[in-house]
Design a protein around this ligand. Structure first.
Ligand SMILES: [Zn+2]
Length: 360
């Protein structure tokens, strides 16, 4: 009985080994065969080594049919080459034969479906941006090709819809967004909207007539003011919540004084002012001369620790639609404020990517 089992095991072992050897030598023989074929195509011995090493075996015939192409070797030799994406590289390369190989590899490696878009260094730099959203790619390229901007700016402008023109597409602000509610030149609050949890800032926290803020924002605001005070930085509210009607009067006054086009650069149309949200405050000195003061510098560096952001930063005018306002701070909560501060983005960019973007 024992003998029989041993014989059976022996036979099985022998057959397995035979099969393994057979497959091994057959493969080698295949490679030898292809080595000659690729050489016949015009590839040098070192190029053939690269091909046999990096091209998936089932694509050998396909590559042979394409004839000699030095760019194939460039693709295979790139340090960013990923064998799993071989078919995509070739497909994209064949559509973009004149393009830079590194751009082609970067674009394919991004994982986004961009086969129908021409390869370019602009596209390659866009796909590497953190806030890239694939469904916006056509608009990124349009805007990028007509504006000489870096890719982060292009993505910021397009994600926030600013490429379409301010006040061009109008949506209702989503009240469910709570602390992250967006009120800007695209999203507006209804005429009758007043937050239900406004509280009054008083004493050392306020020197203005518009002294109401939503509860959570107000308590964060007071915390921030207290912390600043410990460093001898005196901060106070000048203007927080403002009603729709208040903004009607303000905006009309500015139009009469400076004209509509100028007024739109610094004042919001009624319903489009963030001040109606009860989540922001104009601090200390509502004037360009606030910039560079100890208070302005402290706020810029520390407000995010209390959930506030500088809402209309310098250099972001084409995203926010407002000129730089060193005095206007907006409450968004700790988590968003940290990301906005660290990534140097605006609420518009944050909102587009983290709230509105449903593509992932
Ligand atoms: Zn303001």
């Amino acid at each position: 009985m024992k003998k029989k089992i041993l014989i059976i095991i022996g036979v099985i072992l022998f057959l397995s080994l035979f099969l393994l050897f057979f497959l091994y030598f057959k493969n080698d023989e295949d490679d030898l065969n292809y080595e000659d074929k690729f050489k016949d195509n015009g590839y040098s011995p070192s190029e053939v080594t690269i091909i046999l090493d990096k091209v998936p075996k089932d694509s050998y015939d396909y590559i042979l049919n394409l004839g000699y192409d030095k760019s194939l070797i460039d693709i295979l030799s790139s340090s960013n080459y990923d064998e799993n994406k071989f078919n995509d590289y070739i497909e994209y390369y064949l559509k973009n034969k004149k393009s830079n190989i590194n751009d082609i590899i970067t674009i394919v490696n991004s994982g986004y479906d961009l086969m129908s878009y021409p390869a370019s260094s602009l596209l390659a730099s866009l796909v590497q941006e953190k806030y890239y959203i694939n469904e916006n790619v056509a608009r990124y390229l349009d805007y990028g090709n007509s504006h000489n901007q870096d890719s982060k700016k292009i993505i910021g402008v397009v994600n926030s819809k600013a490429d379409l023109g301010f006040y061009s597409n109008i949506y209702d602000s989503n009240l469910n967004d709570n602390n992250l509610i967006l009120v800007n030149k695209f999203y507006h609050l209804k005429e009758d909207y007043t937050p239900s949890d406004l509280v009054t800032l008083s004493g050392q926290y306020n020197r203005g007539a518009n002294n109401k803020m939503r509860e959570e924002a107000a308590s964060a605001f007071m915390k921030m003011v207290d912390a600043a005070r410990l460093e001898n930085i005196i901060i106070y509210n000048m203007s927080a919540f403002r009603s729709y009607d208040y903004q009607v009067n303000l905006y009309d006054k500015y139009i009469k004084r400076d004209g509509k086009e100028a007024a739109d650069k610094y004042s919001a149309r009624p319903g489009y002012s963030e001040h109606q949200s009860g989540l922001c405050s104009d601090l200390n000195e509502i004037s360009d001369s606030f910039e560079g003061t100890d208070e302005a510098i402290w706020l810029k560096n520390n407000a995010y620790k209390y959930g506030f952001i500088l809402r209309f930063p310098k250099g972001k005018e084409d995203i926010t639609g407002y000129k730089y306002e060193p005095w206007h701070y907006r409450y968004v909560g700790l988590e968003a404020a940290k990301i906005i501060y660290e990534d140097d983005i605006t609420l518009e960019e944050y909102y587009a990517y983290y709230i509105e973007n449903t593509s992932d």
